[in-house]
Design a protein around this ligand. Structure first.
Ligand code: NAD
Ligand code: AHE
Ligand code: ZN
Length: 392
C-alpha cells in the first residue's frame, strides 16, 4: 500500500496528557536524504509516556510519538544510495530490508564533530531540528485534519508510515524478526550499552541497578555479560525481584523496606565500601543521588540513564563539603542509547540476538495492535509490563 493513498493510520498525540487518537494521516514522500519507512512493529518506551505527559521541555504538540520501531524501506529521497528498497537483500520475492530507525540523539552521520570525536555516540547533524519536531529542512512530512503534525526523536514510529533522515536508519539482517528487534531501537540497547559500552563493567565488579524495568533489566544482562560479581537490583516494586533474578541479578533490595537505613548505607555495607558501578534506570532525581552516594570512594562510577522531569535538579550532600563525593573519586556520568553508535554498532547487537547471545524476547510481556495503542500506555503504568510491542 502507498503511504498517501488514504490507508495510512497513525496514533496522534494532539495534546499533553491526552490519550492518543488513531486516525488517518498523510505522509509526504521523502525529500533529499530522507527515507520513508513502513513501520511493522513498535515498542512503547517510558520516554514516550514522559513526553506525552507534558514534562518534556521539548515536547510540543500535536506530535506522533514512538521511537522503538522496525519496518521496511518504502521509498527514498534524492541522494540516498544505501537504503534503496529491494536491493539489499538476497531473499526471494518480495525482497526487503529490515530497519530499525534509531532514536533522535543517536543518528550517526559519521561526519560531524561528535561522530568524529570517537568519544560519544551523540550526533550533532540534525539534533536541533529533531528537537523542534521537524525534518532537517525545517518542515514536517505528516498532515492530519489539515494540520501539520510534529515528528518525535527523528523517528515517530507510532505511524504505519514515517519519514526519517537517512542517518537515523540502520539496516539490519532481513532475517531478524521485526516484532522483537524493534525493541533494540531503545530500551534494551540503552541498558545493555550503559553497562558494556559506557561503564565498561569489569569482571568481578560490584554493581547496583536502580529500577528493574526494561532498561534496568538490560543493564543487568550487560553486567552478567561482563562478568560482574555482585549484581544488586534495587526496586520499590517487589514484583520485580523475580524479573531481576531471571536476568541474572544476584540480590534484590526493596529500598522502602529498610526502615531508617538509607539505600546508600545498605549498598555500601553489602559491597564492603560501595559499588564499583551504579545505574539509575528510574528517572527519579532522589534515586540518582542515592546511586552516586552508593559508589565506592576513589573509583565508583554512577551512570544516569533515567530521564528526569523538567525543572528538577540533581544534587548530592552526604559529605562535608558536598563536592567531596566527586573530589574523592566518584564519577557521575550519563548516556543516551547506552553510548552505542546506531549505525556502526547496532547491527552487531542484532547478530548477538540472532545467535542467542542477547535476550530480547524475554522483555516482551504485552502485545497490542495499533487501534489499542492506549492500552500499551495503560499497561506500562501497571508495573507488570516490561515492554509492550504494538503490531502496526
Ligand atoms: P520502567 O518504568 O519500566 O522501569 C522503572 C523501574 O523503576 C520500575 O520497575 C519501578 O518500579 C522502578 N522505580 C521507580 N521508582 C523507584 C525508586 N524510587 N527506587 C527504585 N526503583 C524505582 O521504565 P524503563 O522503560 O525501564 O525506563 C527507565 C528510565 O530510563 C525512564 O526514565 C526512561 O525515560 C529512561 N530511558 C532513558 C534512555 C536513555 O537513552 N538515556 C533510554 C530509554 C529510557
Ligand atoms: N527532549 C528529549 C527528552 C528525552 C530524552 O532525554 N531523551 C534521551 C533518550 S530517552 C529514550 O527513551 C536522549 O537521547 N537524550 C539525548 C538528546 O540529545 O536529547 C528528547 O529526546 O526528546
Ligand atoms: Zn526510549
Amino acid at each position: 500500500s502507498q503511504a498517501t493513498d488514504g490507508e495510512n493510520k497513525a496514533a496522534i498525540a494532539w495534546d499533553a496528557g491526552q490519550e492518543l487518537c488513531v486516525e488517518e494521516i498523510e505522509v509526504a514522500p521523502p525529500r533529499a536524504h530522507e527515507v520513508r519507512i513502513e513501520i511493522y512493529y513498535t515498542g512503547v518506551c517510558h520516554t514516550d509516556a514522559y513526553t506525552l505527559s507534558g514534562k518534556d521541555p521539548e515536547g510540543a504538540f500535536p506530535i506522533i510519538l514512538g521511537h522503538e520501531g522496525a519496518g521496511i524501506v518504502e521509498s527514498v529521497g534524492e541522494g540516498v544510495t544505501k537504503l534503496v528498497p529491494n536491493t539489499c537483500s538476497s531473499q526471494s520475492a518480495p525482497p526487503r530490508v529490515s530497519l530499525i530507525p534509531v532514536l533522535r540523539s543517536t543518528p550517526e552521520c559519521k561526519e560531524c564533530k561528535f561522530c568524529k570525536s570517537g568519544k560519544t555516540n551523540l550526533c550533532g547533524k540534525i539534533r536541533a531540528t529533531q528537537g523542534k519536531g521537524v525534518m532537517p529542512d525545517g518542515t514536517s512530512r505528516f498532515k492530519a485534519q489539515g494540520k501539520d503534525i510534529l515528528h518525535f526523536m527523528g523517528t515517530s514510529t507510532f505511524s504505519q508510515y514515517t519519514v526519517v533522515a537517512d542517518i537515523s536508519v540502520v539496516a539490519i539482517t532481513p532475517k531478524a524478526p521485526m516484532d522483537r528487534t524493534c525493541l533494540l531501537g531503545c530500551g534494551i540497547t540503552t541498558g545493555y550499552g550503559a553497562a558494556v559500552v559506557t561503564a565498561k563493567v569489569e569482571k568481578g565488579s560490584n554493581c547496583a541497578i536502580f529500577g528493574a524495568g526494561c532498561v534496568g533489566l538490560s543493564v543487568i544482562q550487560g553486567c552478567v555479560k561482563n562478568g560482574a560479581a555482585k549484581i544488586i537490583a534495587v526496586d520499590v516494586n517487589d514484583g520485580k525481584q523475580a524479573w531481576a533474578e531471571k536476568f541474572g541479578a544476584t540480590t534484590f533490595v526493596n529500598p522502602t523496606k529498610l526502615g531508617k537505613r538509607s539505600i546508600q548505607e545498605e549498598l555500601i555495607e553489602m559491597t564492603d565500601g560501595g559499588c564499583d558501578y551504579t545505574f539509575d534506570c528510574t528517572g527519579n532525581v532522589g534515586v540518582m543521588r542515592a546511586a552516586l552516594e552508593a559508589c565506592h570512594k576513589g573509583w565508583g562510577e554512577s551512570i544516569i540513564i533515567g530521564v528526569a522531569a523538567a525543572g528538577q535538579e540533581i544534587s548530592t550532600r552526604r559529605m562535608t563539603p558536598p563536592s567531596f563525593q566527586l573530589v574523592t573519586g566518584r564519577v557521575w556520568r550519563g548516556c543516551a542509547f547506552g553510548g552505542i553508535k546506531g549505525r556502526s554498532q547496532l547491527p552487531a547487537l542484532v547478530d548477538d540476538y540472532m545467535n542467542g547471545n542477547l535476550k530480547v524476547d524475554e522483555f516482551i510481556t504485552h502485545r497490542e495492535t495499533l487501534p489499542k495503542i492506549n492500552e500499551a500506555f495503560n499497561a506500562m503504568k501497571q508495573g507488570d509490563c516490561i515492554r509492550c510491542v504494538v503490531d502496526m
